[in-house]
Design a protein around this ligand. Structure first.
Ligand SMILES: O=P(O)(O)OC[C@H]1O[C@](O)(COP(=O)(O)O)[C@@H](O)[C@@H]1O
Ligand SMILES: [Mg+2]
Ligand SMILES: [Mg+2]
Length: 333
């Protein structure tokens, strides 16, 4: 009976005190994300009935065709964050430049910046496969009331104060961390509230799932090819199962629950990798480490990378610690 579990709102308030410099603003920010997630969830659920499928006709800074749901989700999250004088700036996958948020006094008073992928897994929207939203939150570096600058966003992942995702799947879940473990909340659509359904989520140390777009195998670096062959060998507890949804959030969520490894290498086609460091890799890496997993670009922990561009890409490997360590063995040899 969901009503016996604590709601996300209650959980946020209850855990506010465990958050350094807690003044309630981060709680309101998380609540703004919770609200926007419900609005997007409502639209996702009736996709196919309303004009939300397909291409919006615009192309984003990544050169990708923006889907109508990308645009809707982007507007919804930006609006929800703008309505509260807590956030001074936003970076979104769907906006070329960072967005400055000013109060009525025309000053940027907010304490936090948010970096987001409003709709993750866009290629799955029209085919009714689960998609998501990813967010990363930092305290600004520049003083409150002064203009927001790029350096407020170009902080290493280790400086994140919170991160999370929403997965719009068989059920809708919001999963987040503020550096004190990972907790998952399931939306009860009848009541419209998120309830704590997955407390203290942890990656199983070892899993038997590997997630990678094998169609790109020919373009992968040799060590990654060797690791994929290792996963497929008939030996010991292998072959592992290959599972790939093509939505980072959904592949990650499954692997965190069941144990597994997700790989999106750099390759001869994506020299820098495909996934975006600031609003895909860093937030997922924060959750991974808080859930006792490992997240790396093959050379170093993702959260130690010093960003130089708001839309920069990175090779990305994350998952159960023993599986990542095995991959690192192949990379080091
Ligand atoms: O189709 P590919 O090349 O395997 O890429 C799939 C990956 O790209 C993404 O769709 C990129 O995210 P967006 O949909 O937000 O652009 C990830 O969710 C997913 O893991
Ligand atoms: Mg994405
Ligand atoms: Mg996206």
């Amino acid at each position: 009976m969901s009503h016996q579990k604590s709601t996300l709102g209650e959980f946020i308030i209850k855990n506010q005190s465990s958050f350094p410099y807690s003044s309630g603003e981060l709680s309101s920010l998380l609540n703004a994300l919770r609200l926007a997630a419900k609005v997007v969830n409502h639209e996702v659920n009736k996709a196919g009935l309303v004009d939300i499928f397909g291409d919006s006709g615009d192309v984003n800074v990544q050169g990708e065709h923006q889907q109508k749901l990308d645009v809707f989700a982007n507007k919804t999250f930006i609006q929800s964050l703008k309505n509260r004088d807590i956030v001074c700036g936003i970076v979104s996958e769907e906006n070329d430049e960072f967005i400055t948020i000013e109060g009525q006094d025309k000053k940027s008073n907010g304490k936090y910046v948010v970096l987001m992928d409003p709709l993750d897994g866009s290629s799955n929207i029209d085919v009714n496969v689960s998609v998501g939203t990813i967010f990363s939150i930092f305290r600004r570096i520049t003083p409150q009331g002064t203009p927001v600058e790029a350096k407020d966003f170009l902080q290493p992942g280790r400086k994140q104060v919170a991160a999370g995702y929403v997965v719009y799947g068989t059920s809708t879940m919001l999963v987040y961390t503020t550096g004190d473990g990972v907790n998952g909340f399931t939306l009860n659509p009848a009541i419209g509230s998120f309830y704590l359904s997955h407390p203290d989520m942890k990656f199983p140390k070892k899993g038997n799932i590997y997630s990678v777009n094998e169609g790109n195998y020919g373009h992968f670096p040799e060590p990654v090819k060797k690791y994929i062959k290792y996963c497929q060998q008939v030996e010991e507890d292998r072959p592992y199962s290959h599972r790939y949804i093509g939505s980072l959030v959904s592949d990650f969520h499954r692997n965190m629950i069941k144990g597994g490894i997700y790989l999106y290498p750099n390759s001869t086609v994506n020299k820098e990798g495909k996934l975006r460091l600031l609003y895909e890799c860093n937030p997922i890496a924060f959750l991974t480490e808080q859930a006792d997993g490992i997240a790396t670009n093959g050379q170093q922990d993702i959260m130690d990378v010093i960003p130089t561009d708001i839309h920069e890409r990175a090779a990305f490997y994350c998952g159960s610690s023993s599986m990542i360590k095995k991959l690192q063995e192949f990379i080091e040899n």
